[in-house]
Design a protein around this ligand. Structure first.
Ligand code: C6P
Length: 410
C-alpha cells in the first residue's frame, strides 16, 4: 500500500536551499557522522540542535559575567541581573506578552504545567469541579492534572478526537459546564502533528469565564506565537525544543491570573519579608521563581530567541510516500511531525535500522500513551523536522525505510 500524505505546516524554514545550507552551518552537531554516514537529525520534537550563537552565549556568560542575580550590589551581579532580566524581555517579545512580569522562567513545559496545576488547582479546584484536557495530550499535560484532581476531589474530563487526530469541537462544547474550572490543551500535538484551533477553544471557554492553559512545547519552534491574539490565560514552552538550552522554559500567565495564585515553591528571592510567624511574598514574576534561577539557561534561551528573530516564517512541506507505511495523525491542519507505523515491523526495529543509515528518529509512545491506545498501536516511529532539515534529509529517511522493508522482506 502506498500512503502519500502532504503536510504543509508553517515553520520558520521556507528558505531556498542555499540559505538552509548556510543556516545548517550554524549548528555544529549537524556536521556529525553516525555509523560512518552524515547525521540526518529528524528528532527535533524531542529536542532541537543548538546554533553556535547559543553555545557561545552560555560560554561567554560563564567566562565573563557569572554571578548570582537580584542579590549583589557589585557590578558583576548587576551585569548578570541585567542579562537575566534582558532574557525575560526577549521572552516577552517572542510570545508577545503585554509585560515582562507575565513571563516566569521555569525548567521546562513540564514544570510550567505543574506550576499552574498545583498553584491554580490548590485555590480553584474542589469536589465536583472539573478540569478539561484533550485526548491528544502529552503526559505532562495529563499527570499534573490527575495529581491535583485527586488531591482536591475534582474530576479530569477529556475532549475526544476523530481518526485523523482532530479535536471534536462539538464534544468540547458539550463538556464545558459550570463545573469546568480550567481547560488545558496542547497547541501542536507531538505524536500526531495536529495543530489545534487554540483561538477557537479559548473563545468558547472564555464565553463561560473559564481560563485556558496552552501547552506550546511543539508550537513555539514552528510558528509565531502571539499570546495576546490567542487570548489564552497560560502558555508554556521548553527552551530546548526551540534551539535553546535544556533546563529552561517559559510560562506565560496573564498578570491578574498569576497575581491571584499562591506561590508554587518557597525559598529565597520569592519573598518580601520572612519571620518565623509569617511570610509575605514578592510580586510576580519573582513570586514564582524561588531560589537561584537557571541564569545561564535564560541567557542561552535569549540567544536562541535572537537567532530565531533572524529567520523568516514560511512553509515547509513534509512529504512522505513510502510503500507499507501508515501515517498516524492525518489532520488537515498539521505541523512537520510525521508519526507512522511500518506494516509488520515494530517501531523500535524501524528506529534501529534507520539509525544504521545515519537517520535519527524517535520511536515509542512519545509520552502520549492514550494516543497510542486510541489508534490501537503500541508505538509509532516519528520523524520531526526543523527549518534546517533539507529535502535530502527527507530522501535519506525514505531510503532508510526502504532498507527496513528489505530487512523484513516487505
Ligand atoms: N515531548 C517528544 O519527544 P519537556 O520535557 O518539559 O521539555 O516537554 C514536555 C512536553 C510537553 N508537551 C509536549 C506537546 C511535548 O511534546 C513535550 C515533550 C518530547 O515528543 C519528549 S517526550
Amino acid at each position: 500500500m502506498t500512503t502519500a500524505h502532504r503536510a504543509t505546516p508553517r515553520t520558520r524554514a521556507a528558505r531556498p536551499a542555499p540559505e538552509v545550507a548556510t543556516r545548517r552551518a550554524d549548528f555544529p552537531l549537524l556536521a556529525t557522522r553516525v555509523h560512518g554516514r552524515p547525521l540526518v537529525y529528524l528528532d527535533n520534537a524531542a529536542t532541537s540542535q543548538k546554533p553556535q550563537a547559543v553555545i557561545d552565549a552560555i560560554t561567554r556568560y560563564y567566562e565573563t559575567a557569572n554571578a548570582n542575580v537580584h542579590r549583589g550590589v557589585y557590578s558583576l551581579s548587576e551585569h548578570a541581573t541585567a542579562a537575566y532580566e534582558g532574557a525575560r524581555e526577549k521572552a516577552r517579545s517572542f510570545l508577545n506578552a503585554r509585560e515582562a512580569r507575565e513571563i516566569i522562567f521555569v525548567r521546562s513545559t513540564t514544570e510550567g504545567i505543574n506550576l499552574v496545576a498545583s498553584s491554580f488547582g490548590r485555590t480553584n479546584l474542589g469536589p465536583g469541579d472539573e478540569v478539561l484536557i484533550s485526548a491528544m495530550e502529552h503526559h505532562s499535560n495529563i499527570v499534573p492534572w490527575q495529581l491535583i484532581c485527586e488531591e482536591r476531589g475534582a474530576t479530569l474530563r477529556v475532549i475526544p478526537m476523530n481518526q485523523a487526530g482532530e479535536l471534536l469541537l462539538d464534544e468540547y462544547e458539550r463538556r464545558l459546564t459550570e463545573r469546568t474550572k480550567i481547560v488545558a490543551l496542547v497547541h501542536v500535538s507531538n505524536s500526531l502533528g495536529t495543530i489545534n484551533p487554540v483561538r477557537e477553544v479559548v473563545a468558547r471557554a472564555h464565553a463561560r469565564g473559564i481560563p485556558v492553559l496552552v501547552d506550546g512545547a511543539q508550537a513555539a519552534p514552528h510558528m509565531p506565537v502571539d499570546v495576546q491574539a490567542l487570548d489564552c490565560d497560560f502558555y508554556t514552552v521548553s527552551g530546548h525544543k526551540m534551539f535553546g538550552p535544556t533546563g529552561i522554559g517559559m510560562l506565560y500567565g496573564k498578570a491578574p491570573r498569576l497575581e491571584a495564585m499562591p506561590p508554587y515553591q518557597g525559598g529565597g528571592d520569592m519573598i518580601r519579608s520572612v519571620t518565623f510567624a509569617r511570610t509575605t511574598f514578592a510580586e510576580i514574576p519573582a513570586k514564582f521563581e524561588a531560589g537561584t534561577p537557571h541564569i545561564a539557561g535564560a541567557i542561552g534561551l535569549g540567544a536562541a530567541i535572537d537567532y530565531l528573530s533572524h529567520l523568516d516564517w514560511g512553509l515547509v512541506a513534509a512529504h512522505l510516500e513510502v510503500p507499507g507505511v501508515r501515517l498516524v495523525g492525518t489532520a488537515a491542519h498539521k505541523a512537520s511531525v510525521i508519526s507512522f507505523v511500518v506494516a509488520g515491523v515494530h517501531a523500535h526495529d524501524v528506529g534501529t535500522i534507520v539509525d544504521q543509515e545515519g537517520v535519527a528518529i524517535r520511536t515509542g509512545h512519545h509520552c502520549t500513551q492514550p494516543v497510542m491506545e486510541f489508534f490501537g498501536v503500541p508505538a509509532t516511529a516519528r520523524a520531526s523536522f526543523a527549518f534546517y532539515n533539507t529535502r535530502e534529509d527527507a530522501d535519506a529517511l525514505v531510503a532508510a525505510l526502504a532498507k527496513v522493508r528489505q530487512v523484513f522482506g516487505g
